[in-house]
Design a protein around this ligand. Structure first.
Ligand code: M6R
Length: 366
């Protein structure tokens, strides 16, 4: 069942090249290099009329939604608000006639996400669900459904569902942009081309699992760790930090690197382990200066950075390389080493990787 892997989580991490291909399958017009999403059954007029989007989810799906916000705003120029479902359902959000609510849920059964969906519908918003489970409660109650097709995810720590949710958001963002003509056709085509390279690039990163395992062994005694990033890298940091907490029980905090000086820098001392993500070219320089700041206080830094970012490589103690891609797509690559770090740390501590303490795969009560 585990296909020769020691745990479901490791199997699911390694399945990602395949699951990403499945998420894209049938949704790309190869000849035109365009996205097609007939299953959504949205008319071009409806798409053009969307004034605002809410993205609502929990945990890892929420972290995917953070990337989704960035992608949709950048490509389709529609304002997006993102909320944790347990907050959204109780905060009386403002809905207009032309608000679309996007709920994201691997299981399709998360109680708070389902309640948020119902709240949105009660307020007249149409709801689009991104889910991995066909026929789940969320899929049944939503007006439009986009299935992630990642295949069953057994490990409590979500991995392949997250990267498939990211692909779903890229497809959705490009599709909205096509319908709204908010992007040049050639730019859309270029992005679609880069999107299709991701599975092979993930495969390449998975080939470095042994180096990442060594790093994980080196952090297993830590009591606390920090993840730093800016922009999309900050959203990925949150996911890396959650993964580490969830299965290794090491306390970690993800921080937008520019906020460090406003408090968190006080926690950095001699030997503090920091993982710094830098995949966004327009933020490279800023990240280098944040890394210099923490190193000056004694931090030991692992950089997760683009292959050609030599300046950043020089500024860190160790580096994990990410192949070149379109900046919006980098999260799919950047999260892979973080998943592996969490996995190998948990294994080296002897934890129950697939069934971490206190947690359930599907949170059906609030
Ligand atoms: O099934 P869902 O995507 O709605 O689940 C949401 C969260 O409970 C889930 O992502 C949780 O955070 C994971 N265990 C994280 O790895």
């Amino acid at each position: 069942e585990k296909d020769g892997f020691d745990h479901y989580m490791l199997k699911e991490i390694h399945e990602q090249p395949r699951s990403l291909r499945h998420t894209m399958a049938g949704r790309i017009d190869e000849a035109k290099q365009m996205v097609k999403l007939p299953e959504l059954d949205l008319s071009p007029e409806t798409v053009k009329g969307i004034e605002k989007i809410y993205i609502v989810a929990c945990g890892t799906a929420y972290h995917a939604g953070m990337i989704g916000k960035h992608v949709i705003e950048n490509l389709a120029k529609i304002p997006v608000e993102i909320d944790v479902a347990s907050e959204f359902r109780y905060r009386n959000p403002l809905f207009g006639q032309k608000t679309l609510t996007v709920v994201v849920s691997q299981s399709g059964e998360t109680a708070d996400t389902l309640a948020a969906l119902r709240e949105a519908k009660r307020n007249g918003s149409s709801v689009l669900a991104i889910t991995n489970v066909v026929g789940s409660s969320i899929a049944r109650e939503a007006d439009h459904v986009m299935t992630t097709k990642a295949g069953p995810e057994i490990a409590v720590a979500s991995t392949k569902a997250y990267t498939s949710q990211l692909i779903a958001f890229y497809l959705l963002g490009i599709y909205f942009a096509q319908e709204k003509k908010s992007m040049e056709a050639s730019d859309c085509a270029a992005l679609v081309q880069e999107l299709q390279k991701l599975p092979d690039q993930v495969e390449k990163i998975l080939g470095h699992a042994e180096e990442i395992r060594q790093f994980a062994i080196s952090i297993k005694e830590e009591r606390q760790m920090f993840f730093l990033g800016r922009g999309l890298d900050y959203a990925v940091s949150l996911e890396g930090s959650l993964k580490l907490k969830e299965i290794s029980y090491i306390h970690s905090e993800a921080y937008p690197a520019g906020e460090l000086k406003h408090g968190t820098l006080a926690l950095i001392e001699e030997g503090t382990r920091v993982i710094a993500l830098s995949t966004q070219p327009h933020l490279h320089e800023k990240m280098v200066s944040n890394i210099t700041e923490v190193k000056a206080r004694g931090a030991v830094v692992l950089g997760v950075a683009l292959e050609d970012n030599v300046e950043l490589h020089r500024s860190v103690d160790e580096v994990c390389l990410i192949p070149a891609t379109h900046p919006l797509l980098a999260p799919v690559l950047c999260v892979i080493p973080l998943q592996l770090i969490a996995y190998y740390t948990s294994v080296s501590l002897g934890n129950d990787v697939d069934r971490p303490r206190n947690l359930a795969k599907s949170v059906t009560v609030e």
